[in-house]
Design a protein around this ligand. Sequence first.
Ligand SMILES: *Cc1c(COP(=O)(O)O)cnc(C)c1O
Length: 432
Amino acid sequence: MHDKMSELAILGGDRLFKAPLPPYLSLGEGEEEAVRRVVRSGSLSSFYGSPGEQFFGGKEVLAFENAWKNRFKTRHAVSVNSATSGLYAAMGAIGIGPGDEVIVPPYTMSATVMAPLVYGAVPVFADIEQETFGLDPISVQKAVTEKTRAILTVNLFGHPSRLDELKDIAEKSGLHLIEDNAQSPLAEDNSRLAGTIGDIGIFSLNFHKHVHTGEGGMCVTDDDDLGLRLKLIRNHGENAVTHYHIDDITNLVGFNYRMTELQAAIGLEQLKNIDQHVEKREKLSLFLSEQLKDLPGITVPKIRSGCRHVFYVWALRYDAAAVGITRKLFCKAMNAEGVPVFEAYVKPMYLLPVFQQKIAFGSKGYPFSLSPSISYNQGLCPVCECLYEKELIGFEPCAYTVTQEDAEKIVLAFKKIFKNVDSLKALEGKDK
Ligand SMILES: *Cc1c(COP(=O)(O)O)cnc(C)c1O
């Protein structure tokens, strides 16, 4: 009677995947040759921290930036050592300062919401949309005050946020629109590339993203002044403001956010293959969505009309009542089959201790003390909280090499669990 193949792994049956999915490997001969070229050159970085030719970086850095701006059709591309640095530099470049407010979404990697704090401003959280997880323009509009200086939107999981509406709000109120596009290279909104619609777009090149340089980031902008300011903040700008005839030196306190020649050389190769790297994730995700879209209690990722989704995360909405078991047990059962789905993504950012205790720089509450009425209470963004607490299940196409055979097995795992929900319900009873 006992069929080990059809019995759930969590209940002692055979796992669908005998071995864990292997990691996604995007580095090839091109990258290897690029590394050799740089090592042979003897120059692992060519930046100088004072004005002059090398103030803007070495050969590979300039070539990488040039290729990036051609690919994304922007006037400027400014490489940095991480998207985190890029976000900080963007806040600096647009002139954010103490007492200001920046509207951000709560469902994102923490660097997004920390960026305003670095310049003494506070993040003000607006809620996100249930279907595509970007900032909800209605919630954003409500969050605008006379202190608001910018909207820092996130194109989450590979899908553009409502960039046109957000841009309208920004223009109407004299705000900057900045795009955290770390997760969405080549995503599109009405044939325009995500990351290129706001005043500055920030891409991540860390190891987990579609294309990477180990660590790294890229800022793009069409604004000449912002482009130069980003470069000054990246590299000890205080030494260079006189040389570059900068009148307004606001926030031109420089850091060292420089990318090395090695990273840039690898980035050049990654960029050559970016279409292929993105399409692989897209194809896998669209296949999973197509195969699983009719399962009751699961909503596969929505793609807004006119948009291209590049699937940093393939994110489902899960309805426990309709499926019959909790999200936690569902994910546990999937994991037992060897499918690395995860629940919840991240806690709404305002629930982090930094916001709950309002302690960031120093111990006296700066910069929160400058905006005492800002609330970070539970319940602030109900859509985000519901995704976090109940609905969201994710799978990271960027993290694994998934063959067509594996993709079919992932589909099988979902179907296997749906077929055996009743035996899982019994398990859930026992847990309690
Ligand atoms: C990865 C990520 C970042 C940070 O990128 P780093 O390059 O690691 O600094 C910022 N925002 C979002 C939305 C991200 O996914």
